[in-house]
Design a protein around this ligand. Structure first.
Ligand code: E4P
Length: 212
């Protein structure tokens, strides 16, 4: 499974650039940085050699296509993030036909994921954490999408989004998701286990008794 980092923060991306295969941003993450969007995206592309998702703001097909083309001109690694609406899927089809990669965002059902795949989306982003927040089964959605895509061999990659904790990451891998996009703090947590810390402490303590 590929690992993306879900942030627009340059320090976080720099710290994890050795590990991650790509980056996802969204308007809320970009707004936290108080810098021009274009500058942030261009800088991210210099740090990580992989897909970098940049989201459009327009809601009409022609607006999304125009914004998408403009963003895609910044760097070859840019992927255009488009919200899961009917107008958005028309934009995905147009951009795909022009060779521009897309990431369909705000996906909350397997039907939406199928529509995205039918329109040629490169990536589909189901938001598991936001589904869990309302008492639905976020990871259950990943299983459903995986099954639909396997039934028809859709090439669209499943990019698990709205990841909130390391268990989401593990479940993504167990379910055969192609990618998980993970916030910085959750990536850090995935390295840790209390028994590892305890084990290191114990080894170092015992080592003190080894004659030198
Ligand atoms: C994905 O591409 C989104 O940027 C992100 O995962 C949304 O996560 P949130 O629900 O924690 O805002």
């Amino acid at each position: 499974m590929k690992l993306f980092i879900d942030t627009a923060n340059i320090s976080e991306i720099r710290d994890m650039a050795w590990l991650v295969d790509g980056v996802t941003t969204n308007p809320s993450l970009v707004a936290k940085e108080s810098r021009p969007f274009r500058d942030i995206i261009a800088e991210i592309c210099e740090l990580v050699d992989g897909p970098v998702s940049a989201e459009v703001i327009g809601l009409k097909t022609d607006e999304m296509v125009a914004e998408g083309k403009e963003l895609a001109s910044i760097h070859d690694n840019i992927v255009i993030k488009i919200p899961m609406t009917e107008s958005g899927m028309k934009a995905v089809q147009i951009l795909t036909n022009e060779g521009i990669r897309t990431n369909v965002t705000l996906v909350f059902s397997a039907n939406q994921a199928m529509m995205a795949a039918k329109c040629g989306a490169t990536f589909v982003s189901p938001f598991v954490g936001r589904l869990d927040d309302i008492g639905a089964d976020g990871m259950g959605l990943i299983a459903e999408i995986r099954e639909c895509y396997e039934n028809y061999v859709f090439p669209t990659e499943i990019l698990v989004a709205s990841v909130r904790h390391p268990r989401h990451l593990l479940d993504s891998a167990l379910m055969g998701a192609d990618i998980a996009t993970v916030p910085y703090d959750v990536l850090k947590k995935a390295f840790n286990h209390p028994l590892t810390d305890l084990g290191i402490q114990r080894f170092l303590k015992d080592w003190e008794g080894v004659p030198r």
